[in-house]
Write a protein that binds this ligand. Sequence first.
Ligand code: BGC
Length: 256
Amino acid sequence: MLLEGRNAIVTGAASGIGKATAERLGAEGASVCVNYYSERERDDAEAVVSTIEQAGTRAFAFQADIGEESAVERMVAQAAEQLGGVDLLVNNAGIEKQVALLEMSLEDWNAVLHTNLTGSFLCLREAGKVMAAADGGTIVNISSVHEFIPWPGFAHYCASKGALRLLMKTAARELAGKRVRVLNIAPGAIVTPINKFVLDDPEAKHAVEEEIPLGRIGNPDEIAAAVAWLASDQASYVTGTTLVIDGGMSLYPKFV
Ligand code: BGC
C-alpha cells in the first residue's frame, strides 16, 4: 500500500474524480475526510465513507462550501482532530458552466472563482498550516488541461484553472522548506457528472473523442491512481509541476 497511515482531505468527494480519489486513497491505507457541498450529496458522501471503512481505514463525511473561510477552518480542524493530523489535501471540488464571455454575469464569474480558486486557496492555506506544523505533507490540486488550453464559453473556468497553476507553483516554492510538496493534476475529458452535458449528447461526445489521440474519454480511476502515486513517498522529489492526464488531448491532434 502506498499511503499507509496517511490522513487525507478530499474536497468534492461525493462523485466523479473526488469519489474515485477518496476511495483509492482509502484502499492505499489512508484515512479520509470526505468533503461534500450540500445536503443533496450527503448520501453519496456517506456511501464513499462506507467503502473506505470497508477497506479498513477511517473516514468521515464533512459538509462544507469550500469557498467559505469559516467552513474550511472547521473542516480542517475536525479532520486534524478526528484523523490525528492532515498530511494530504486533494483540492478536487470544482464547477463549470458554459456562458459566452460577453454575456457572462458577475454572478457567473464569482460562482466559478469562489469554488475553483478561492476554495482551493482556503483549503491549501488551512491544511498547509497543519502540515507545516507537523512533518510536512502533500497538496494535489485537480486542475484541468484548461490551465493552459483556452476554451471558448468557459472563460471563468479557464481563468480559475490558469490561476491554480501559478498558485500551485508559488505555493510549492513557499512551502518546500516546510517539507510540503504542491502539485497539479490536469485531467482532460473524464467520465464524471461535470461532463454530463457532453456524455449525454452522442455528437458532442464524438467530437470530444476526436480531440483525443487515445480515442476515448478517461475514467476517474485513471486520475485517482495518479493522485495516490504523487502523494506517496515514491514521488518524494516531485513538486511544483503539473501532471497532464488527458489521453494526449493537449497534443492538439487537430492541428495538422
Ligand atoms: C472539463 C471537461 C472537459 C475537459 C476537456 C475539463 O476540465 O471539466 O468538461 O471535457 O476539461 O475539455
